[in-house]
Write a protein that binds this ligand. Structure first.
Ligand code: FAD
Length: 395
């Protein structure tokens, strides 16, 4: 049951056995990876490792540089530490190349994609890793995770630091299972506010904090809230913030000076590919998109219920494995993908709390520590990308 929260399985239809579609891959086998985020980059790194550099993958991304900015959303509450990677160089290191453009549509019958600039790119294997689209979390509130709201959030943080905000609510809307950034923001704001100036509350639709990661994980988060005098309201979802109040259907209005809501992830509904009711790509346990023989999806664009960078990286590894098998580069084994592990480095203003949850029968096995539980101890953890970034130290 726990595993079902991490990776959703769907029946794969029309799946042709790999041996029937693919012989040993040659250098001209066309592997197209779409996206310029953590899932796409991890796919490139994993493909090279799995195939010994036998492929020449093309990366299709809308920008020339990857900006690793897991702390930028917190608008100056912690040092940004943005790292950047030249995507053309990275793709070349993996034996491939970069096309700077956007995916506009997929023609699965012709095995080609159309780009926003009108180019057509053929593929033998297509990996879609275009992420989710951040949507407003609460009408009238700032949206945490929407880059457009970062300047306004920075202004709010400045007011909190100046002791000008009396009541502030951080809201987790329904349907957001990776809610940790909301708790992290509340804890960071607590440390930014002069003593006694700001009453902080997290208002969440969850039954308990981080319920998707298990009871022990949630208890650790709850303990931090208690110690930092942050009020918690669970199973509550406001309709809007307006006229200095949070408006809640059952509880009525509650006064606030400001509210920040976590973004709700939306699916991109890519033309030419199937999607679920929210626009995400339905995938099987091996990351293959439903009804498709040559298309995979990894990261937030896939219809996995939990949207998290560390999981995106693990999904990319699973996809790279299956793509390699599909292309005849590895013997087929009966082993399925390894269960996903949730890793979180939670900044609470005083330091970092490391949490790791592994799904086990009936729940999760959770470790909580002030010492790193993985290395390098990055915010987005797992796979090869954190080590790749740490080795380069690009700024
Ligand atoms: C405030 C906040 C804090 C977070 N903190 C953490 C954390 O501490 N740890 C953690 O593990 N996760 C964290 N997450 C979640 C994490 O950021 C995401 O799960 C992760 O970025 C998903 O990676 P992705 O590669 O699937 O998508 P993205 O990182 O969104 O990358 C998608 C890429 O695809 C590109 N793209 C989009 N459309 C197209 C197109 N049509 N054609 C080509 N390319 C396209 C985009 O430009 C982008 O480069 C946080 C999220 C938020 C909102």
């Amino acid at each position: 049951m726990a595993r079902g929260l991490l990776v959703r399985s769907v029946e794969r239809m029309d799946r042709t056995p790999p041996s029937a579609t693919a012989g040993p891959a040659k250098a001209h086998t066309r592997v197209l990876v779409v996206g310029g985020g953590v899932a796409a980059l991890e796919t490139l790194l994993a493909l090279k490792e799995r195939t010994g550099g036998a492929l020449r993958p093309t990366l299709l991304a809308p920008h020339a540089r990857f900006r690793y900015r897991p702390l930028a959303a917190y608008a100056g509450l912690v040092p940004d530490m943005t790292q950047t990677v030249d995507l053309a160089r990275m793709a070349a290191e993996q034996g491939g190349g970069l096309v700077c453009d956007r995916l506009a549509a997929v023609d699965a019958d012709a095995h080609e994609v159309r780009t926003a600039h009108g180019a057509r790119i053929g593929y033998d294997a297509l990996v879609v890793a275009t992420g989710a689209v951040p949507q407003e979390g609460l009408s009238g509130a700032l949206t945490l995770g929407d880059p457009h709201d970062e300047p306004a959030l920075a202004r709010l943080v400045a007011r909190v630091r100046a002791g000008e905000v009396g009541r502030l609510a951080v809201v987790v809307p329904p349907g957001v299972l990776w809610s940790l950034p909301a708790y992290e923001l509340a804890l960071l704001l607590r440390h930014a506010a002069p003593a006694g100036t700001t009453r902080l509350a997290v208002v969440t639709a969850e039954e308990a904090p981080m319920v998707a990661a298990g009871a022990d994980f949630g208890a650790a988060v709850q303990g931090l809230l208690d110690r930092n005098d942050i009020e918690l309201q669970t199973s509550t979802w406001p309709d809007a913030v307006a006229d200095g109040h949070l408006w809640m259907p059952l509880q009525g209005a509650s006064p606030v000076d400001a509210a920040v809501a976590l973004a709700r992830p939306g699916g991109p509904s890519l033309p030419g590919l199937p999607c679920d009711e929210h626009g995400f790509l339905p995938v099987g346990p091996d990351g293959r998109v439903a009804e498709q023989t040559r298309v995979w999806a990894a990261g937030d664009v896939a219809a996995h219920p939990l949207k998290q960078g560390g999981l995106a990286v693990q999904q990319a590894d699973v996809v790279a494995d299956d793509v390699a098998r599909h292309l005849g580069l590895e013997p087929l084994t009966s082993e399925g993908p390894a269960p996903a592990v949730l890793r979180a480095a939670l900044l609470d203003g005083a330091g970092t709390l490391y949490l790791r949850s592994r799904p086990v029968v009936g729940g999760f096995d959770t470790e909580v520590s002030r010492e790193p539980l993985w290395w390098p101890p990055s915010k987005i953890a797992g796979g090869r990308l954190p080590s790749y970034l740490a080795e380069r130290e690009t700024v």
